[in-house]
Structures are given as C-alpha cells and as structure tokens.
Design a protein around this ligand. Structure first.
Ligand code: GLU
Length: 478
C-alpha cells in the first residue's frame, strides 16, 4: 500500500508550495488506495509558531485534502510530531555511534566560524573539516562527563562516491558525496536535525514515496547514506519543481501573499485554488484546464510533472476562480459570500432582494470578496461616481444628449425591463445618431456610477423605470 506524507515545519503558514506538495501526495495516495500522513517536523525549537499545526490542518481541510494519519488524527505509526519522538531518534543515534557511522563533535561555534572564514579566504567551499572525527572513546566520555556541549555528526565516506537519485520526475540524478560534509544530525539541545529525523520517520512510518521540493535534492546523499547505515531500503523520491513569479524569480515563502489563508480571505474558492495549484508543474493529457478533485485523482501521475520551474500566473488563477464561481448554485454561492457580506453595512438587509442581487453579480465576480464593493450600488441611493473617469464621461455633451433622450424615452414607456431596454436604446440611437459603445457607456455610467460591474440589462431590469429615471436625472446634474 502506498503511504505518502506531508511534513511541514511549524514555522509559519501553509503556502502555495506546501499546498502543492500536500495535494500531489494526497492525489497519489487516493489514486492508489493508499494513505496520506501529516507529520509535524518541529525539531527546530527556535522557530516554532504555536498556531502553525492547527492552521496547516485547517487549510488542508479547507482545500478538500483529507488526512488519514497525523497528530490530531491518530494512526498506527505515531507520534506524528517529531518533538514527541526524541527517544526514537536517541535510540537510532546510539546505533550510528556504536557502529562508527557517526561521531561526537565538540567544536565550538567560534572554531567553526574561524574555519569557515579561513576556507572562504582560500576560495574553498566552507565545510566541516572532520576535526573531531577520530577522538578516542575515553576522551569523548571524559569531555561529555565534564559537561562540555556537543553535537553528533554523521560520517560521509572518506573516499567520495557518486550517489544516484532515481527520481520519479527527474530520472537519474547523480550527486557526488565530495560536496557533502559531516552533517550535524543531533544538535547540542539534543534535538535531531531534519536529516536524521526525516530518514528515521519516513522509514518507521512506512512511507513509500517522499515528495518534496527540489531544494532538497542536494541533501539526498546524506539521506541515502543514513538509509545505508541503518540497512534500510530507500523509498521512492519525487522532487517537485520550483514555483516562480512571472519574472521567473523564486516565489518567496515569506511573502504574505502566498499563504493559502490569504487566498481564502481574498475570496478564492478552494476548488479553483486547488485546481490551479495542481497545474503548477503537473499537466494533464489534452488541453482541459478545469478539474474537480475526483478528476484530479483520476488523472494525476508523477510522470506528467515537469522538471522545469512552474510560473505562478495570477491571471490564470483569477480566470479559474471566475469559472468556478459561475458554476456555483445560487444558494451555495450565497453561503460562501456570507462571510464577505458580513463585513459590509448591508448584512441582514433585504433578504429577498439579496438573492436576486447575487444572481445579477454572479457572472462577473472574479473573487468572492468583490461582493463587498458591489452591494452599495443596490442599497445606497446617493452614490458618488467611483472615479474621475465616470465623472468626466458623464459631463461630456454627448452623454448629456443621450441621458436627456433616455429620460424622454422612459417618460413615454410604461415600464423598463430587460425586454424593452433594447428597443429603447434603438430609439435613442435613431434620435441622437450615436451608437455602439458611445451610446451604452454613458447609460451604464449613469446607472452604476462605475466603469465596470454586472450586465447592464440585469441591473436595469432590477432597478426598473423610476429608479433608472432618477439615476439618469442625477447624472445630468453632476
Ligand atoms: N520539514 C520539511 C519542510 O518543511 C519537509 C521536507 C520533506 O518533505 O522532506 O520543508
């Protein structure tokens, strides 16, 4: 049975890259009737952010990703927080030390700093020089007993070797161990570093596929050596391509605007965000772009994930979000809009009309949050023009001509609906000799006082004759 894990460090929020890793793991697990495991890699005690675990989990749930095993979910391979597995790491560290695959290192940070400075000055890559590699057992015990601080380092082979990573996305990648140093695997605070913990946990949790960002490829030899020292088989690996900004710079983890939570706050639907994130590096067969979660599960494979960096195209995401909003049933849309409507003064007003208004707005909403700026049109009586452009257009001679004519037409019509708006506009065109955009824009601007918004037919139909007449008259006075 396949078992894949998403193993974030609780240093911040779930960002787009993390969501993609979790999604690919989950899709693959679902596709193969396997399990999706959430593991908290909280061994860096200095960088823990209290709320992170809950936030990660709630964002995954919001995205539709279901966790089978994890800290708040249980499972047979726990605990699933690394900080609760220290005894396990201690046991395996002891084994590495006993078998001579790791050693105790007492080097002070001052010595290491000086070493790095000297190496840099000589043009060498800074790396640990193995100073403590061959300390005698008795010296090590004596210094530990006297209370000296120490770390544990794993040994890299004395004679460099080439290690082959057989990656599901990249094929064979060879990496030379001459570039690796004797990595610290247990820090002076007794906590393991990522490298030791990840190997032990992936093995003990029976992870079959390790899926993570390509920034971890250089660490692969360390992990490979640890698997070898323990005598364990390596799982499969898939290193995902970078996610890039449109200028091809690396999408930053720290930038607030890549947090999944912010996409939710800004009014993106989980369906579209997940669909969009799936396409960051993965491409389905054919040209189709919109996929539901069950469809993604059916289609997904690592073979169709690219090696090349994937560009984060905000326009594309907006397009997808609009597509998904358009497809929502009205009741569903209204429910999803509620948190945004709550932020406006129109909460709880005019329930009957609200549904109708949402229906009018639905086709052009790109993000749910846009509702906040769109309701005033329907609830306020004396709106100001939204921009100087609106004002400028409405003050033009042509606009005045059209609006006066519009009022005249309305006076002789007994009502105004979407059905007679066309005829009425035709009459204005015949009488003013103005047509097309030049004819429609002044009317739209007068009715909505905005340069963009929902379909004019629908607004006019909703407002009716009296209100449109009033709006046209007010516009003439601007
Ligand atoms: N804790 C690592 C991170 O947050 C996980 C890397 C991995 O999946 O092995 O980047």
């Amino acid at each position: 049975m396949v078992r894949l894990r998403f193993a974030p460090s609780p240093t911040g929020f779930l960002h787009i890259g993390g969501l993609r890793t979790a999604l690919f793991c989950w899709l693959y697990a679902c596709k193969n009737d396997g399990k999706f495991i959430f593991r908290l890699e909280d061994t860096d005690q200095k960088r823990i952010f209290e709320e992170a675990e809950n936030k990660f989990i709630s964002m995954l749930e919001w995205s539709g990703i279901k966790i089978d095993e994890g800290p708040q979910f249980g499972g047979n391979y726990g605990p699933y927080r690394q900080s609760e597995r220290l005894d396990i790491y201690a046991k395996y560290t002891k084994l590495l030390l006993e078998e001579g695959n790791a050693y105790i290192c007492f080097c002070s940070s001052e010595r290491l700093e000086k070493l790095r400075t000297d190496q840099r000055r000589k043009g060498e890559t800074p790396r640990y020089d193995g100073f403590c590699r061959n300390l005698s057992k008795s010296e090590v015990s004596r210094r530990i007993e006297s209370g000296e601080e120490y770390v544990v380092r794993m040994k890299t082979p004395e004679v460099p070797e080439t290690i082959i990573l057989n990656d599901l996305i990249r094929g064979n990648v060879s990496i030379d161990t001459s570039q690796s140093e004797d990595q610290v695997i247990v820090k002076s605070d007794g906590f393991p570093t990522y490298h030791l913990a990840v190997v032990i946990d992936d093995h003990l949790m029976k992870i079959t596929h390790v899926v993570r960002g390509e920034e971890w490829i250089p660490s692969f030899p360390k992990h490979f050596l640890l698997y070898r020292y323990f005598g364990w088989d390596t799982p499969e690996f898939a290193h995902l391509p970078l996610i890039l900004n449109s200028d091809r710079s690396k999408l930053s983890k720290r930038q607030g605007d890549v947090a999944v939570e912010d996409f939710r706050k800004n009014g993106y639907l989980p369906e579209s965000l997940v669909n969009f994130v799936a396409m960051l590096g993965w491409s389905p067969q054919g040209n189709r772009e919109l996929f539901t979660l069950p469809e993604l599960i059916r289609e997904f494979s690592f073979e169709r994930v690219n090696k090349a960096g994937a560009v984060f195209d905000q326009e594309k995401l907006n397009w997808m979000n609009q597509q998904y909003i358009q497809k929502l049933k009205l009741n569903d849309l209204q429910q999803r809009l509620n948190p945004f409507i709550k932020k406006t003064p129109y909460e709880g007003k005019d329930h009957k009309n609200l549904k109708k208004i949402i229906e009018i707005l639905q086709p052009r909403l790109v993000k749910l949050s846009e509702i906040e700026g769109r309701l005033s049109l329907f609830f306020e009586n004396n709106l100001e023009p939204s921009s100087t452009e609106v004002l400028k257009v409405l003050r033009e001679e042509n606009s005045k001509k059209i609006l006066s004519n519009f009022i005249k037409q309305l006076e002789s019509a007994n009502k105004l609906t979407r059905d007679n708006l066309g005829t009425l506009m035709k009459n204005i065109q015949n009488e003013t000799k103005i047509k097309g955009k030049n004819l429609w824009i002044p009317i739209r601007f007068a009715i909505t006082l905005d340069t963009e918004g929902p379909d004019l037919n629908l607004i006019v139909d909703f407002f009716g004759k009296e209100k449109c007449m009033h709006l046209a008259k007010s516009a003439l006075k601007l």
